[in-house]
Design a protein around this ligand. Structure first.
Ligand code: CA2
Length: 151
């Protein structure tokens, strides 16, 4: 497989469709669409392909992770509030066996105690938290590096 065929799935969890409309002091002013456009641009620079998918439904995210195995080589995931609650997403990530990077716009460790625990953190390659939309960019660079290293 040529390096150009690397495909990365970028997953956005619940309420991230509201980005840019509310709580800009925490999550920034950029819309999800703008973040996805920037990620597509970065993907071109890195010579990889990305698909972005947002859902408010835990089951849809689980389905997407399960289906990822046949099409993608890595995952970048901001599971949003499911980060702190979802054993189902954790199990789906384990089941695919794909390398994944967990990202958060805000620094979850500077926020409420209930955000300090992530069910995903111990099954992903690593976590990036607190850099706003840059967290996704760093996450994409990190997963591409990881996939290329593993080839
Ligand atoms: O900092 C992050 O990226 C989070 O994953 C965002 C989640 C939060 O539950 C996590 O603890 C940290 C919340 C996403 C909600 O996004 C909104 C965007 C605009 C307006 C309201 C919510």
């Amino acid at each position: 497989m040529s390096e150009n065929n690397i495909k990365i799935l970028i997953l956005h969890g619940p309420n991230l469709n509201l980005l840019g409309t509310r709580e800009p002091e925490i999550y920034g002013a950029q819309t999800l669409e703008a973040i996805n456009q920037d990620l597509s641009q970065l993907a071109r620079e890195l010579e990889v392909q990305v698909d972005c998918f947002q859902s408010n439904s835990e089951g849809e995210l689980v389905d997407k992770i399960q289906q990822a195995k046949s099409e993608y080589q890595g995952v970048v995931i901001n599971a949003a509030a499911y980060t702190h609650s979802s054993i189902a997403l954790r199990d789906a990530l384990i089941a695919t066996g794909l390398p994944a990077v967990e990202v958060h716009l805000s620094n979850i460790y500077q926020r409420e105690e209930f955000r300090h625990h992530s069910y995903l953190a111990s099954v992903v390659v690593g976590q990036i938290s607190g850099f706003g939309p840059q967290s996704y960019h760093l996450g994409l660079r990190a997963i591409v590096h990881q996939v290329r290293k593993g080839k």
